[in-house]
Design a protein around this ligand. Structure first.
Ligand code: PLP
Length: 370
């Protein structure tokens, strides 16, 4: 099989610096909140065009931090897509709020602003308080932030950009932090900016919110050690992971370009025989996944496997159809676009180093398998 994500080429590119950076942290012994963590936070804020960045343990906690800071709870409606990874709806539910699932645009797979407006009206009629929208930069492309931010403003709602897959994406040259109160990031190894374990971050322009989230990620500590101003979490990023990410961030802009070159080649190579992904006008994707649609997915995947091309399905069962969310009342009528996409999507190999023979092999296999 070809690799689904080639991490080895990146590692070879960054050697021997990676080993040296990790060895340095081990030598110096500041495994928690070492200087690399602070430096990474400065660089992450800069790269994502935000005033502040704060690292945390993973992209799931990154969603919890702002929701905890805002003290969401019962009767608070948090509007989320259903066509996303578990975390987006999991954290609102964990914190006692009510996830309300919103349908997606059939071409971008990101939240549909028109359906969001309907969901907000429905939630109000149900006696819920429209509190926050979590828009997901699915597969790496920016959600429709101008439209979503306007709906948030009109209804007094907060906006979180779940950019776990999309950190580094832009819309009309602006990062999600231009519109969102908080942008959340994951450094899970398979994400476009991944570390060698778990990691995450939150970005914000808001000094007060940054202060609250900083306290929450470290047990809710007050200004003095062992005094607690609130009930928080243990959600720190290890210094070793920060050292790895500092090196990876240096080449990240170049890698995003590489992913876009590969995505363009894919579209040119088989866009006439399968439904290739579309990026919102003015958007630049980080291509966390390259996701196409086919009629008979099982047969297509089996044929690709015969050609040694691995595939994955993100996501086979949308969250609103999972039993564990059944207790949360939803708008009648379901989410037709989400449900149709879940039955047809299939993701192909994608990374910054996808080129040459490997790329041609995937294109030829796709053409031979439809
Ligand atoms: C990966 C992912 C997360 C969670 O990130 P972890 O670091 O794995 O906790 C959240 N939201 C989306 C959309 C993701 O893809």
């Amino acid at each position: 099989m070809l690799p689904f994500i080639d991490l080895a080429t990146q590692r070879a590119r960054l050697q021997p610096k990676l080993d040296q950076a990790i060895a340095k942290v081990i030598e110096e012994g500041r495994y928690i909140f070492g200087p690399e963590v602070t430096e990474l936070e400065e660089r992450l804020a800069q790269f994502g065009a935000a005033k502040h960045a704060l690292t945390c343990a993973n992209g799931t906690d990154a969603l919890a931090l702002p929701l905890m800071a805002w003290q969401v709870g019962e009767k608070d409606a948090i509007f989320v897509p259903s066509f996303t990874f578990a975390s987006t709806a999991e954290m609102p539910a964990h914190l006692g709020a009510h996830p309300v699932f919103v349908d997606i645009d059939p071409d971008t797979y990101c939240m549909d602003p028109a359906h969001l407006e309907k969901a907000v009206e429905w939630a109000k009629a149900e006696g819920l308080n429209p509190h926050t929208v979590i828009a997901v930069d699915l597969f790496g492309q920016p959600a429709d932030y101008p439209a979503i931010a306007q709906i948030c403003k009109a209804n007094g709602m907060k906006l979180i950009a779940d950019s776990a897959q999309g950190y580094g994406c832009t819309l009309n040259g602006q990062h999600p932090a231009e519109w969102a109160d908080v942008t959340t990031v994951s450094f899970y190894p398979a994400k476009p900016l991944g570390c060698y374990g778990d990691g995450g971050a939150v970005l914000t322009q808001d000094d007060e919110l940054q202060h609250l989230m900083k306290s929450l990620r470290n047990h809710g500590e007050a200004d003095e050690r062992y005094y607690y101003a609130r009930i928080g979490l243990n959600s720190r990023l290890d210094t070793i992971q920060a050292a790895v990410l500092l090196l990876k961030l240096e080449i990240f802009a170049d890698e995003i370009k590489g992913r876009n070159v590969a995505a363009d080649a894919y579209a040119k190579g088989f866009g006439d025989v399968v439904k290739a992904p579309k990026v919102i006008e003015g958007g630049v994707s980080t291509w966390a996944q390259y996701t196409i649609e086919v009629e008979d997915r099982d047969a297509f995947r089996a044929k690709l496997a015969e050609h040694k091309v691995p595939t994955a399905v993100y996501y086979p069962v949308p969250l609103h159809l999972q039993d564990c969310y059944a207790a949360f009342k939803q708008m009648p009528g379901g989410l037709p676009v989400t449900e149709a996409a879940a039955g047809r999507v299939v993701s192909l190999p994608m990374d910054a180093y996808l080129e040459g023979e490997r790329l041609e092999q995937v294109i030829a296999a796709v053409r031979a398998s439809v």
